[in-house]
Design a protein around this ligand. Structure first.
Ligand SMILES: *[C@@H]1O[C@H](CO)[C@@H](O)[C@H](O)[C@H]1NC(C)=O
Ligand SMILES: *[C@@H]1O[C@H](CO)[C@@H](O)[C@H](O)[C@H]1NC(C)=O
Length: 215
């Protein structure tokens, strides 16, 4: 029951946002003009005469991320924020580093399907389908293996090897968005009232308070 309430909420958010795909480009490119205050679906275009190679480029994806944090994983994003030339093109990427046993906690991308490739190490990955099945689909991936997380479905990756691991993801949006399930439910600002979550999860309010204090 509790799981269903949560997933129904997530599904509602997903359905609203999953239709917001970038339209097909109507010009060669539309490099983001980050100084413009014009609000469109995406970012306003920079005058194409001012466009340079740097607008289509990012450096540093070879650099190992610092995984010294509570979950032991770190994302290096290469989205429209890093490459303004991605604006309107419906694609982006990211590098993820994992310490031994590092975890990319359950999360989903409201606007993108993700294709993950393991470059180093061994990852246990999985995603959960929507109601009513809520089926968990998992696989252990080795170096060179590729896995797809369909748009809007909660997924996770755990490093189950003895060394560090690295993966690269391609994402079908310039700005995929990330909703970390634990943070969305227990770490919202302001907090969702503990009696609401106690009822949704069918557990004591004190447990909810503890989870909220942790996130
Ligand atoms: C990694 O991050 C931790 C925690 O923020 C910090 O103490 C440490 O100096 C960082 N290490 C490197 C190599 O930057
Ligand atoms: C990790 O190390 C242990 C002990 O040395 C070994 O048995 C195990 O196979 C290793 N696991 C991987 C994924 O390399």
């Amino acid at each position: 029951m509790a799981k269903n309430v949560l997933l129904l909420g997530l599904l509602a958010i997903t359905c609203t946002l999953a239709i917001a795909y970038e339209p097909s480009p109507l010009q060669d490119f539309c490099v983001a003009d980050t100084t413009s205050s014009t609000r469109v679906n995406g970012l306003a275009c920079l005058d194409s005469k001012l466009v340079q190679a740097n607008h289509f480029s990012f450096s540093g994806l070879h650099v190992t991320g610092n995984t010294s944090n509570p979950t032991g994983s770190i994302v290096t994003p290469v989205l429209v924020g890093q490459i303004p030339g991605l604006n309107t093109l419906g694609i982006s990427m990211a590098r993820i580093d994992y310490a031994p046993w590092g975890l990319s906690a359950p999360h989903f991308h409201p606007r993108a399907t993700e294709i993950l490739t393991v470059l180093e190490g061994t990852l246990f990955v999985g995603f959960v389908t929507s109601n009513p099945d809520n089926r968990l689909i998992t696989k252990v991936l080795e170096k060179g293996d590729v896995f797809v997380f369909p748009v809007g479905l909660p997924h996770f990756q755990r490093n189950v090897g003895n060394g560090s691991a690295v993966s690269i993801s391609s994402l079908s949006s310039q700005n995929p968005g990330v909703i970390t399930v634990a943070k969305a439910v227990f770490g919202s600002n302001p907090s969702i009232a503990d009696d609401i979550l106690a009822k949704a999860f069918q557990i004591d309010k004190s447990v909810i308070d503890q989870l909220q204090a942790n996130l």
